[in-house]
Write a protein that binds this ligand. Sequence first.
Ligand SMILES: NC(=O)c1ccc[n+]([C@@H]2O[C@H](COP(=O)([O-])OP(=O)(O)OC[C@H]3O[C@@H](n4cnc5c(N)ncnc54)[C@H](O)[C@@H]3O)[C@@H](O)[C@H]2O)c1
Length: 327
Amino acid sequence: MRKLENKSVLVTGGAGFIGSNLIETLLGQNNKVICLDNFATGKRKNIDPFNANPNFTLIEGDIRNLDDCIKATNGVDVVLHQAALGSVPRSINDPITSNDVNVSGFINMLVAARDSGVKRFVYAASSSTYGDSKNLPKVEHIIGKPLSPYAITKYVNELYADVFANLYNMQIIGLRYFNVFGRRQDPDGAYAAVIPKFVKSLIDKESPIINGDGTFSRDFTYIDNVVQANQLAATVEAEKAINTVYNVAFGERTTLNELTTWLKEFLAEFDSDIANVEIKHHEERSGDIPHSLASIEKAKELLNYNPKYSIKEGLKEAIKWYWENLK
Ligand SMILES: NC(=O)c1ccc[n+]([C@@H]2O[C@H](COP(=O)([O-])OP(=O)(O)OC[C@H]3O[C@@H](n4cnc5c(N)ncnc54)[C@H](O)[C@@H]3O)[C@@H](O)[C@H]2O)c1
């Protein structure tokens, strides 16, 4: 597999879930890594292990501040832009802040990368861009109408990326992540993602609550597959593979009922009582699409993407981590 090695790489949002996993891999491959983060949702403990590494630099700053972005991109070969305010419900509660960070912050990063002569800019796009499209599996060129402010911000990123690539001759690639999960994903707070939230509830022997009857499905994607996709996007040479967007997923869908069954089964290996925790159901949440499933053909063909972890394999890894770190 092509790897990102011996480069100077800026990871924005590096104190977050995906960013900290990218940094961990990049430092292991002899890169110099700069992390730009304002700790809005990221955690210091996620990057604490890197502080002693002479190849790691933290810039505490905000992507809404152009000077911070310019400082962070100075001398950098590759940007892996992860900083954003995630969560659809957060953007529904506070659309202005989500827009400021996800759109204005994004343009700041593009301008800074352009002016610093960054060679490759890879950014976190989102499956939410498929909006109300009923098409399954999702293919990159068929999208629907956005269903949330968050989805708009992520789609606007794609529009800006395309225009910047053309106007300023930049090399930019967007990765539409599908429901990523794994070590260091935050289980706490109102905007926590479903897998860490349910794992934590089950470890605490509290009933996870499924919104709806549990038949909704998602293409849950283990973090190591996402790290692979970022490295491939950062290093691909073929012109037709650059200045475009890719689905990043495993390419299978799992219902919430299946998910909770597997979580209980795998956690019961650590504590057999967890098998008896009841799953509860509440009303469906507005704005939730029923099914999400990616076609990963484009990434396979143009990036040589080959996701190594199925959802079940990823869940086992993630559960091991949460068991060691939450207990
Ligand atoms: N986790 C998923 O399933 C998923 C799915 C699709 C897209 N994404 C995208 O992937 C990226 C990373 O998501 P994550 O799950 O790691 O979330 P996260 O919240 O763990 O990480 C985001 C990081 O960005 C930082 N940040 C936020 N606002 C900032 C600002 N103004 N300036 C500097 N840093 C800022 C946060 O402090 C945090 O460390 C985001 O762009 C998100 O929209 C994630």
